[in-house]
Design a protein around this ligand. Sequence first.
Ligand SMILES: C[S@@+](CC[C@H](N)C(=O)[O-])C[C@H]1O[C@@H](n2cnc3c(N)ncnc32)[C@H](O)[C@@H]1O
Length: 212
Amino acid sequence: MLPMLSEQVEKTLRQLEVLREQEIEREEIGEIYTKEKRSLAIPRDEGKFLYLLARVMKAKLIVEIGTSFGYSTTWLAAAVQSHGGTVISYDILPEKIEVASKYLSEAGLKGNVELVLGDAKTLLSQISEPVDIIFLDADKADYPEFMELAIDKLRIGGILLSDNVLDCLEIHKDDPEVCEEITSYLIQHPKIMTVTLPFLPNGLEMTLKIAD
Ligand SMILES: C[S@@+](CC[C@H](N)C(=O)[O-])C[C@H]1O[C@@H](n2cnc3c(N)ncnc32)[C@H](O)[C@@H]1O
């Protein structure tokens, strides 16, 4: 039987889900969060999907762009813990890396995660091993640049997962070209095959690298 999530991991995920719920409720009544204080975590179903995919692929190296408080990182790290893989996760804000580090320690996952502070564009370009999965969850305006870099770093058969492809137009009401640029980039790329998974409200784009 496959091992299930440990108690420590489940507790950490629940704590981060409570934080996210509070954030949503407070934003609904007009409270404004600073970038440093917003968790912006993916929904639980999407986290579960990341976990299942990482396990099915027995992913040895996963790169995450956008750690925030470490919710998605926790799912990915729990998945690779079972077969001995690594998650490298980047965030540009030191406050985020600090909080994520605390939660991943509490979850007992620090041995499978490398949290790296800095601009993921620079950091991702320095990766030299082929990557199994890249999870992209940062600013949408940077997506075309990140996607180009990510496809280059994936192994053939590797998967790029890009969050917020369905709610992109809502996030970028004043700048819809950002979303059009992402879609046309993916449709025209000759080395990939891509499909939108309807996780609500975000939408997750799953892109397979089929050629070098
Ligand atoms: C939507 S949040 C990530 C949420 C996280 N993946 C989760 O589900 O728990 C996006 C994060 O990307 C980080 N970020 C934005 N641009 C970045 C960049 N160029 N390099 C690294 N991190 C970046 C932000 O600081 C923010 O914490």
